[in-house]
Design a protein around this ligand. Structure first.
Ligand code: COA
Length: 160
């Protein structure tokens, strides 16, 4: 059976931590969808299409990875597209409570949907998209935080 899973997130913007999870998950499953979604509690800096474009560049060499973007419930999208598993990266225990809550809610909404956690690489433990945005907006060096191929685009976006 061919196994398609989804790695959802805001990716505002994608970081080396996200890339690490994408690379590892892409080796474990036949197909990995990276879903750029709306988190209603956040006000994004990059539009959904900008975030998708950055992700496409970063994952260009990963053949079984596809970038998708949609509004609405993740659990519904998975039902409609026959996806039975969500992949999430866990950085620290502090992520756990929120992630656990989302995993249970998603399974209540769609009982066929499991959530699989991948532990973040130690290099990415401290990283978040908001930290990247804050450093970039103040002209700081983000070269250790985002993939090389999109570094200049992100820096330029904050110079506007
Ligand atoms: N490396 C680096 N950073 C990571 C990371 C990793 N491995 N894993 C998570 N992060 C960061 C993210 O960048 C994000 O940082 P930020 O808060 O500075 O932007 C933070 O950790 C939280 O990540 P995550 O828990 O994945 O939240 P998110 O906002 O990226 O994604 C959605 C949440 C979009 C998946 C969720 O809101 C959703 O499913 N929305 C769709 C609507 C829906 O179905 N709602 C019901 C959900 S139960």
């Amino acid at each position: 059976m061919s196994r398609t899973v989804i790695y959802p997130g805001s990716f505002d913007p994608v970081t080396i931590g996200h890339y690490e999870v994408i690379k590892r998950a892409s080796k474990m499953f036949d197909k990995l969808l990276v879903g750029v979604l709306v988190n209603q509690s956040k006000k994004p800096t990059f539009t959904i299409s900008e975030r998708m474009e950055l992700l496409r560049e970063v994952t260009a060499d990963l053949e079984n990875v596809e970038i998708v973007g949609f509004e609405g419930l993740l659990a519904e999208y998975c039902k409609e597209n026959n996806i039975n598993a969500i992949v999430k990266g866990l950085r620290a225990m502090s992520d756990f409570e929120y992630e656990f809550q989302m995993a249970i809610t998603n399974r209540k909404l769609n009982p066929n949907l499991e959530t699989i956690f991948i532990p973040a690489d130690s290099e990415a433990m401290y990283l978040s998209s908001s930290m990247v945005r804050e450093v970039a907006s103040m002209g700081g060096d983000i070269s250790n935080f985002v993939p090389n191929c999109i570094h200049d685009k992100i820096v330029k976006r904050f110079q506007k």
